[in-house]
Design a protein around this ligand. Structure first.
Ligand code: HEM
Length: 225
């Protein structure tokens, strides 16, 4: 299938993801403004990137057909574009409305019972963006040629981006999670669901690594009884 068609399909999936997330956020917070739209972009970016990373583990453990994951690269790239727009918009808000606690470097959040400055939520966002820029830069044929057999291992740095992003949004969201867990009468905060999703993507990769090493060891034992 030509690459432009793959991008069209991936755009439809990404757009649908954005709309569903927007509806969830509208129900969760009761408003839909530019800031909610920015959150919906960030959440969709994270889900698209997470799904594109989960590909190897899902196909290994659940024996899914390769056709199910033909859009892996395109979903990852569109996820990156969403993350970039979210980063630029949020970065500008840090400059233009630094009195809003969400965008104030010196605001202090309660994270796991500790006073945590907002700058510790900002820095992992920047680091995660830098990793995604690197991954997008090497994702094409030129990157593959340049890195040779180090190309696949180089892409694994993406799991660090997922981890940093979980940290990035958990700091601001932790108090909301506590309130919800103490009295779970409404929809769960979307960031709580996203944190579980991100940790599942990372654990799936760890499980895959262990399964591959066990398989390799078994082969060596069979060859060398
Ligand atoms: C320069 C880089 C970045 C900055 C300045 C930044 C800033 C922010 C800010 C201010 C929020 C809170 C938004 C709000 O509650 O209204 C946020 C949330 C979030 N960010 Fe970022 N971010 C950056 C990079 C990233 C990247 C690369 C990702 C990866 C996908 C990401 C994913 C998220 C997610 C998932 C949320 C939670 C949104 C929600 O509350 O539903 N961010 N970010």
């Amino acid at each position: 299938m030509p690459e432009s068609n793959l991008y069209k399909k991936a755009a439809v999936i990404s757009g649908s993801c954005y709309i569903l997330i927007s509806i969830y956020l509208m129900i969760e917070s009761g408003v839909y403004d530019l800031f909610t739209a920015n959150r919906a972009l960030a959440d969709s970016a994270y889900i698209l990137i997470g799904l594109s990373f989960a590909y190897s583990g899902l196909s290994y453990f659940f024996k899914l057909s390769p056709a199910a994951f033909i859009l892996r690269k395109q979903l990852g790239i569109i996820g990156f574009v969403f993350a970039l727009i979210h980063s630029v918009f949020s970065g500008l808000m840090y400059i233009f409305i630094p009195i809003d606690p969400i965008f104030a470097f010196d605001h202090v959040w309660n994270f796991l019972g500790r006073e945590t400055p907002n700058v510790l939520a900002f820095l992992p966002g920047i680091a995660s963006l830098a990793i995604l820029v690197f991954m997008t830069a090497i994702s094409g044929n030129a990157g593959m040629k340049w890195l040779g057999n180090r190309w696949r291992p180089a892409l694994r740095v993406g799991y660090l981006a997922i981890f940093l992003t979980v940290f990035h949004f958990s700091i601001k969201s932790y108090s909301g999670w506590r309130l919800y867990l103490l009295s779970p009468l409404k929809l769960p905060p979307i960031t709580l669901l996203l944190a579980v999703f991100g940790l599942a993507v990372i654990l799936l990769r760890v499980a895959l690594q262990i399964a591959i090493s066990l398989k390799k060891n078994k082969k060596v034992d069979q060859k060398d009884p």
